[in-house]
Write a protein that binds this ligand. Sequence first.
Ligand SMILES: CSCCC(=O)C(=O)COP(=O)(O)O
Ligand SMILES: [Zn+2]
Length: 235
Amino acid sequence: MSAYTHEIRQQVFQQLDQVKLAFAARGWFPGTSGNLSIKISSAPLLVAVTASGKDKTVCTPHDYLVVDENSKPYEATTLKPSAETQIHTAIYRNIPEIGAVFHVHTVPNNIVSELYGNQGYVTLRNQELIKGLGIWEEGAEIQIPIVENYANIPRLAKEVERVLNPQVPGVLIRNHGIYAWGKNDFEAKRHLEAFEFLFAYHLQWLQVQHIAVQLAEQHAIQPHNPLTYRTAGQL
Ligand SMILES: CSCCC(=O)C(=O)COP(=O)(O)O
Ligand SMILES: [Zn+2]
């Protein structure tokens, strides 16, 4: 990472704008939810992060600020960093090679987090898009950690820190959303998109499976697809 300059800050803010508008176009920031960050430097840790409570469907000169390793503004500003900045800095501290952390609230990530919240993780397998997470082995199976949605952000950040697995670039917060990261903004975006596809697929598959079982019962036949016999948690 380069040393901090005004030019670098502007460049990183522009990168954040691009990611923000792409996610906003998908409706991934309902009700001002979500936050984004890109690392500017590792030593000292400096991170450009979204300001709290902003409408993320638009771009203004007051959307981002730079924070330090303590999640405090690095320069004088009237902007407040995202209320969840400590989760971002905790992830950067624990996985030093990453360069971007993105957080969105979507219906699929919320439902999956609730469905498997008691278990503390969701297992996904048999999906090509697991490769989108940078996991290329054949027949890969991944477990995405799920933590409780503590209102106390330092506690929530500690909980996220506790379950971090550098092999799986994301953590779900129950009935809240997902944090995903990557070595840069391009990779973090790819990871987040892959997670969201996998969650949407998983939920639709559960619905189709349910319909297949109902139809089979109505017609007193075995459901056609052998995958139907897997338990939901294994899908
Ligand atoms: C209105 S959503 C509740 C807060 C939240 O979960 C979130 O992601 C946005 O918080 P921020 O302070 O980053 O705007
Ligand atoms: Zn949030």
